[in-house]
Design a protein around this ligand. Structure first.
Ligand code: URA
Length: 195
């Protein structure tokens, strides 16, 4: 039903509606030992086409905000809760999120990041396993059992929120600044340079 090679899912047919809709499975990108792991919701049309997370408009916002902090996307790891594009960009269902959870947990376990940043409501709720009011909670940190150990999860807005409402930009940026401070905090050298 699903095959994983290292961090990549190479084959999976757990979600019939997504198998029908996808062009390809969109795996996470970035260093396998990244200090920061960003988790989005699911691939959209551009991501499905390119086979890479966050390469559409939301991705441009994320790239720009990383760049403002002296970083490129190659310095961080970026993945999604669900690796196949849902039809009409609908939210992934609870069942689909559950089907893909094993892959996400494995990725978290192998990357072993210092901080996990959840981008938006769906990933925040999925990872924290509770209701999350993202606008109010952005920037807050919660320790959760993930990939075999307790990990710090930083709630963040989805980058697209800053496109719809410019006033959200500073909230998004503060959360990124906080992630930077936390990177490398688990005893190791941060590989984020001056971030
Ligand atoms: N939004 C997401 O949540 N993930 C992507 O990969 C792109 C947009």
């Amino acid at each position: 039903m699903g095959t994983m090679e290292g961090l990549d899912v190479t084959d999976c047919t757990r979600c019939p509606a997504l198998v029908e809709c996808r062009s390809q499975i969109v795996n996470g990108v970035g260093p396998e030992d990244a200090d920061v792991l960003f988790i989005g919701e699911a691939p959209g049309a551009r991501e499905d086409e390119r086979g890479e997370p966050f390469v559409g408009r939301s991705g441009s916002v994320l790239d720009e905000k990383l760049r403002d902090r002296g970083l490129s996307r190659a310095d961080v790891r970026i993945t999604n809760c669900v690796r196949c594009r849902p039809p009409e960009n609908r939210d992934p269902t609870t069942e689909e999120l559950g089907n893909c959870r094993e892959y996400l947990e494995r990725e978290i376990e192998l990357v072993d990041p210092d901080v996990i940043v959840t981008l938006g409501k769906v990933p925040s709720q999925h990872v924290l396993d509770r209701d999350v009011a993202v606008t109010n909670e952005a920037g807050s940190i919660e320790a959760v059992e993930l990939g075999g150990t307790k990990r710090d999860v930083l709630v963040c807005l989805h980058p697209a929120a800053t496109l719809y409402d410019r006033s959200q930009e500073s909230t998004f940026e503060s959360a990124l600044d906080k992630a930077a401070t936390m990177a490398g905090a688990n005893g190791g050298q941060s590989n984020l340079g001056d971030f």
